[in-house]
Design a protein around this ligand. Structure first.
Ligand code: FEO
Ligand code: CA
Ligand code: CA
Ligand code: CA
Length: 576
């Protein structure tokens, strides 16, 4: 039957390249749209290929480490909203020893080069570029004022010295994947927010606060940004509630450059990967989300009110119910509501300590849930479970390894491999063709693997993996308007041992009906391929290249630059 089906793929798959540049199929070409440090305004500082972005004006350029992005057509203008997830200190501060920020200026530079960029782009004779000084151009950084909305807003755990109301905060952090609402706003997702905080004194003693720090990984050292040494707000020995104000989904209106971004605490606090929205048959808004940490959970949120096109949308993400996923081994599943009744926690506590609420409800520990995607042409959704080096493995005391809340990560049907270094993609179909339904049926769309190194073993992957399309660590994922699944990887690119034959990180396209997967793109050495969207005419595909190593893209001897590329067919036909 397979042989009789006409292939839906409009390209010839490419080999697994392992070099320093981007490869796309024959008949396609790519160009740079923008790179870290490119100016958004004519008064922005010039980029120095050896020194990077100067401190003054570092909030007037495109940020580093591009990630999730969405394109909005606003009154005929193509406006791209894009995340800058984090910074490579050594790249951004070449003057600082080992990249350790040594001054308030260094810290401010790093804070400015992360967050979100909103920018108008346009296609000219030489391809796509930024429309400098467009009124839509905007940088949202680690210091931009935000409104706090939803059940956690105003709670004591949200109050700080600078904000006695607990209703507003500064900055968005570790903006990883993206989403868009049916009403045309951008959702940016705060992932590894814990790493920005540190302590010059002792950690808070309050039991609830301390338990939260442990579950979310907040400690004295942080992840090396060293903000707490120069910017007191990030010193948790002085401002213990500041970390409670990060780890959310933030809604941004790209059509209103002066609008204040809103932290939607109703959608929970965890290491948010992305947010995939869909409207249920009755009009309620459903948002699927993953918490990217070993042994954490998958979530769904359902709004209380319904979406009416053209109606009031500013409070649609304020009220609703959060659910965490339970996957049964018989390939059924259910969404467990996180409510005061099911968890013994208040609504505000559920919004702030969501991981604890999901543990109490009995959700299934997962192999690092990354991007979630909803199929626009079928009632189903997918989540990349990228890998889990500790799944099923035992700790020194002989117990199965657990998440930071103590929930065991035993092998189960949806996370079926011990020390899972390749990852898998789970698919679920909601009961009654209704994404708001409490139950679903699931299967594995693909288990990645290496049939060359591990033939006839679970580590060979599912039958839709072969020596021509091997990859590891699926992460970014978007389903295009025709229903093709685009899979982006963030894994091991050594091309050796367990990873032999896989080449660099890459982007593949999958057919959800046949299971077939073909390699479309390989990235430069060292890079992750992440973030994908299309121009409104669907003749250009924009793809993010995060943390490449030199020589990408400016050549040997220059600093490597995270970039967005624009891919077109040479015949200018549709690309998705
Ligand atoms: Fe930022 Fe889980 O990727
Ligand atoms: Ca990711
Ligand atoms: Ca990843
Ligand atoms: Ca990354």
């Amino acid at each position: 039957a397979m042989a009789q089906q006409t292939s839906r793929f409009a390209f010839t798959p490419i080999q697994a390249y392992g070099d320093g540049t981007v490869h796309v199929p024959e008949g396609y070409s790519w160009k740079i749209l923008t790179r870290w440090g490119d100016p958004l305004f004519s008064d922005a500082p010039a980029f120095d290929p050896k020194k990077g972005v100067p401190a003054a004006g570092s909030d007037r350029v495109f940020g580093e480490n591009t990630d999730g992005m969405e394109l909005f057509n606003i009154g005929g203008h193509e406006v791209l909203a894009v995340n800058s997830e984090y910074v490579n200190n050594e790249v951004n501060l070449p003057h600082a020893a080992e990249g350790v920020p040594a001054s308030a200026d260094d810290v401010r530079t790093l804070q400015n080069l992360q967050g979100v960029t909103v920018m108008e782009i346009a296609e000219g004779q030489d391809g796509w570029s930024i429309v400098k000084d467009s009124p839509y151009n905007r940088r949202i950084t680690n210091n931009t004022p935000m409104t706090i909305d939803g059940p956690a807003a105003g709670h004591d755990l949200m109050k700080t010295t600078a904000d006695s109301t607990g209703m507003s905060s500064l900055g968005t952090f570790n903006n990883c994947g993206s989403g868009r609402t049916p009403w045309g706003t951008y959702l940016t997702c705060e992932e590894n927010f814990n790493g920005y905080f540190g302590a010059t004194g002792s950690l808070p003693a309050d039991e609830k606060v301390a338990a939260g720090y442990k579950r979310y990984g907040i400690n004295e050292k942080g992840a090396g940004y060293n903000y707490h040494a120069f910017d007191e707000r990030f010193d948790v020995s002085k401002h213990p509630n500041e970390p409670h104000r990060a780890g959310y989904i933030v809604e941004i209106d790209p059509s209103k450059p002066d609008s204040t971004p809103v932290k939607r605490t109703a959608l929970g606090r965890f290491k948010h990967e992305n947010a995939a929205s869909v409207v249920a048959p009755d009009g309620r808004v459903v948002v699927y989300m993953g918490d990217d940490e070993r042994g954490e959970f998958m979530y769904k949120w359902v709004s209380r009110h319904i979406y009416v096109p053209g109606g009031e949308t500013t409070t649609l993400l304020t009220d609703g119910t959060l659910f965490a996923a339970k996957f049964n081994d018989d390939m059924t599943g259910e969404w467990l509501p996180l409510t005061p009744e099911s968890t013994g926690m208040t609504a505000a506590e559920i919004a702030i300590f969501t991981r604890t609420a999901a543990s109490k409800a009995g959700a299934t520990t997962m192999d690092r849930p990354e991007w979630v995607a909803v199929n626009p042409v079928a009632i189903e959704a997918y989540c990349c479970l990228t890998n889990n080096s500790r799944r099923g493995a035992k700790a020194d005391d002989g117990n199965i390894r657990a998440n930071a809340g103590g929930d065991a990560m035993a092998v189960n049907a949806v996370n079926p491999r011990e020390t899972n270094n390749y990852g898998q993609i789970v698919r679920w179909r909601p009961e009654n063709q209704d994404h708001a339904a409490a139950k679903f049926a699931w299967d594995l769309y693909v288990m990645a693997g290496n049939p060359q190194v591990h033939p006839d073993s679970p580590y060979a992957g599912t039958p839709n993996i072969n020596t021509g399309n091997m990859f590891n660590s699926p992460d970014g994922m978007v389903i295009d308007s025709t229903g093709l699944i685009w899979i982006q990887t963030d894994g091991e690119d050594s091309n050796e041992g367990d990873y032999a034959g896989m080449g660099n990180n890459q982007m593949l396209a999958g057919d959800p009906v046949t299971g077939e997967i073909h390699r479309f793109l390989t990235g430069p050495k060292g890079a992750e391929v992440t973030g994908l969207c299309w121009s409104s005419d669907r003749r250009t595909m924009f793809v993010g290249i995060q943390h490449p190593s030199a020589p990408f893209p400016d050549g040997e001897g220059n600093l490597p630059r995270s970039s967005i590329i624009a891919i077109k067919r040479e015949d200018n036909a549709l690309v998705g």
